[in-house]
Structures are given as C-alpha cells and as structure tokens.
Design a protein. Structure first.
Lengths: 187, 137
C-alpha cells in the first residue's frame, strides 16, 4: 500500500469510517502476527496479542502523526504489548516444531533431507532459546522483516547505537552456534 | 549482510509464519466494538464520579455556609472528636448542634419541604393512575 493511500485511509477512519479499518488490518496483520509469533510462540496467545495491537492502534489513530510509516508504528505497539504480555505471563520459549511449520518447506521426503531438517530445527531451537523476548523481537524485525537499524530503533524506542550493539552480540552468539553445526546443517 | 547473516536469515525464514486465520479481521472488529462500549461506560462512570464529587463539595460548602450564618455553628463546634471531651460533654455538644437558637426555623422549613414532597408524590400517583384508567377505557 502506498503511503499517500495509507494516510488517506487513516484520515477517513478518523472521520468515522470504521469499515475501512479492515483494509489496514488485512494489509498488516500477517506481518504483525508473524513478528509477535517470534516472541510469543503459542499461536492462540500470539493471535490474541495481534488482535489487541489492532484494537489499540484503532483507538490511538489520532496519535499517529505520520512521522514514521504505519508498519513501524504498528510494530512499536506490537513490541510494547508483546513485552508486557511476556512479562505478565512469564512466557517461556516453546521449541519450534518442524511439522508445525512445514509450509515454508519444499516437500522432500528423502531420509537425508529429513535428517538435515531435524538438525536445522535443533539448531534454531538452541539459538532462539538463548535469546530473551526483546532480542527475539529484534532479530525477527531485522532478518524476517528486513527493517533497517533506524526503523528498529524507532520501534523499540532505543538508540540506533544500542540496536547495533545488541544485534552484533546476538549475531555473534548465534553465529557461534551456526559455526558449531555448520557441517551438519549445510554439510 | 554477510554470509552469516544470510545463513541466519535462511534459518529464521523457516519459522516465519505469515498465515492469518480467516476470522482475524472480524474478531478485531468485534473487539473494537466491545472496547468502544467499555470506554463509553468508563467515561460515563468517570462523569458520574466527577458530578457526584462536585455535588458533594457543593453540598458540604453550602452546609458549612448555612451552619456558620444561620445555625450559629462554626467548624470548631463540629470538631467533636478532636479534643478529649468527656462523654457527658460530648453528648451535650451533639445535643447543642441539633437544638439551639437557630435550628427551630430550619426544622420547620425541612418539615414543610418534606410535606410538600409527600403531597407532590401522592398527586403524581393519583394523576398517573387516573390517566391510565382513562386510556384503558
């Protein structure tokens, strides 16, 4: 969606056209839910938080000044809500189940492929369980949503230098784990 | 992005699930509706509390004003429990608050007002029931 169109829709919603909000929800819900799923692994909980993000965004639309993109603004709400939700419920990392996310995979039934896939999921679980909530959010934004350092700083409300340092540390930690398993995973 | 970044991205892509349930937008809409109702109720409650507080403050100040100017009671007189009064003295003060030179007139006024309210209620009930019987016939 183009920025001008986005702003026009927001203006119409502000003027009382609630039906148009569905356009925003349909446009951004996959990305918002995906980034929340990186932090809250339980699908039902993540969906609940994602819905609450859109409800909160709807009632805060008057506060959206348009300085940042709508996605950045929605991610900021999602970040704050995910952090408070995980603090409140003490959400622990749930290991990723390979069968649960097979949709992202080309189906290949060879034993060797299945073995490599298992190893990759093992590595992924080890990597993700070593990260805290905000770190998981950070890597989801950086790798899955290709957000720039500036945008991530905007979303998380921290300085760009802090984001860089955090990402560097995460990358180093995860990189070491990848190095250990490189031969198995990409052998 | 270096090679390690690419590997990490590749790995993380595997858990990046962008699927959305069909009912998602509908559920958001219904949550917005219930949140709107909740906010309206909350605003109404806040309004009621503010109005009640203002009315209470007005009532308190009018009582203080009436006490000072018409019942000859000062705030000091009303502070019954601040000083160490004996029981007899305390009862005397309470009695004095309700029965003194200025109160009789106000008792008469209050009794008249109460009487008027009772008469008005009776008249209203009578008119309501007679109007109902005329409509039924």
């Amino acid at each position: 969606m183009k920025r001008e169109e986005e702003l026009r829709i927001i203006e119409l919603i502000r003027n009382g056209d609630q039906e148009l909000y569905k356009v925003i929800v349909e446009e951004y819900s996959p990305r918002v839910l995906s980034v929340i799923r990186g932090v809250i692994p339980c699908r039902e909980d993540a969906e609940e938080v994602a819905q609450d993000v859109f409800v909160k965004a709807f009632f805060s639309l008057n506060k959206f000044r348009g300085d940042s993109s709508l996605s950045t603004w929605l991610f900021r709400i999602a970040y704050n809500m995910s952090i408070s939700k995980t603090r409140l419920k003490k959400v622990n990392f749930v290991p990723v189940d390979s069968a649960q996310i097979s949709s992202n995979y080309c189906s290949d039934n060879s034993e060797e492929e299945a073995y490599i896939r298992e190893k990759r999921f093992e590595l992924l679980n080890r990597m993700l369980s070593s990260l805290d909530t905000s770190e998981r959010f950070l890597i989801a934004l950086f790798y899955n949503h290709e957000k720039s350092i500036k945008e991530i700083a905007d979303i998380t409300g921290t300085k760009e230098s802090n984001v860089k340092v955090k990402l560097h540390r995460i990358k180093k930690r995860m990189g070491e784990m990848v190095d250990e398993k490189m031969e198995v995973s990409y052998g | 992005m270096d090679k390690k970044d690419e590997i990490l991205k590749d790995l993380l892509f595997e858990i990046d699930d962008k699927s959305i349930p069909h009912s998602f937008a509908r559920r958001v809409s219904s949550k917005i509706d219930s949140e709107r109702v909740r906010r309206e109720r909350r605003d109404e409650t806040i309004q009621i509390i503010v109005v009640s507080l203002c009315a209470s403050a007005l009532l308190i100040f009018s009582f203080i004003y009436l006490n000072n100017n018409y019942f000859n009671l000062s705030i000091e007189d009303l502070r019954l429990f601040n000083s160490n009064l004996g029981v007899k003295q305390l009862l005397y003060r309470v009695k004095w608050i309700f029965i003194n030179d200025g109160t009789l007139l106000w008792y008469i006024l209050a009794a008249n007002t109460a009487l008027l309210i009772v008469i008005q209620q009776f008249a209203q009930n009578y008119l309501y029931s007679s109007g109902k019987s005329v409509n039924n016939s």
